[in-house]
Design a protein around this ligand. Structure first.
Ligand code: 4NP
Length: 152
């Protein structure tokens, strides 16, 4: 299964989600292909924000090799599931969808842990370190809930 994590800049939330899901899936020996992208193009080619790298590193995950890219319409064919971090990302990805099948792939990621609540991962870009810690714990809950459904 191929999973794409999407946020706005692809330097904070979605690379954290990508790295976390990749490591947790590997621990559980669940085969997943995982990538991330942003709806915006301002940070293309850049590594994740240093606060995101640091937060992940403190918890045993290395996301420093990841590089930002903007989501492409082709991603809606290539991936089986597209998880968005907030309602704005969700609406923007939905605008790229051309078929009903593509629309069905797009989900709010936190609904994995808190079904139907449409909870959002807050954008930590303008805040301090505690925002990144909060993002980490929200993503961890959603990753665990998603992987639990895939376990045999
Ligand atoms: P992200 O955070 O969407 O979690 O990667 C942001 C990164 C950059 C900007 C906004 C949000 N920005 O405005 O450049």
């Amino acid at each position: 299964m191929k999973v794409l994590m999407v946020c706005l800049g692809n330097i904070c939330r979605s690379p954290m989600a990508e790295g976390l899901l990749r490591d947790l899936a590997a621990q559980k020996e669940i085969g997943l292909e995982i990538d991330s992208a942003g709806t915006g193009d301002w940070h293309q080619g850049e590594p994740p924000d240093e606060r995101a790298v640091r937060q992940m590193e403190m918890r045993g995950h290395d996301i420093s090799p990841l590089r930002a890219r903007q989501i492409q319409t082709e991603d809606l064919n290539r991936f089986d599931l597209i998880f968005t971090m907030d309602a704005s990302n969700y609406q923007n990805v939905l605008k790229l969808a051309q078929t009903e099948a593509q629309k069905q792939k797009i989900r709010m990621f936190l609904n994995e842990a808190w079904p139907d609540q449409n909870r959002q991962v807050p954008d930590p870009w303008f805040g301090g370190e505690e925002g990144f810690e909060q993002v980490y714990f929200l993503l961890e809950r959603a990753c665990e809930a998603f992987l639990q459904k895939l376990e045999p």
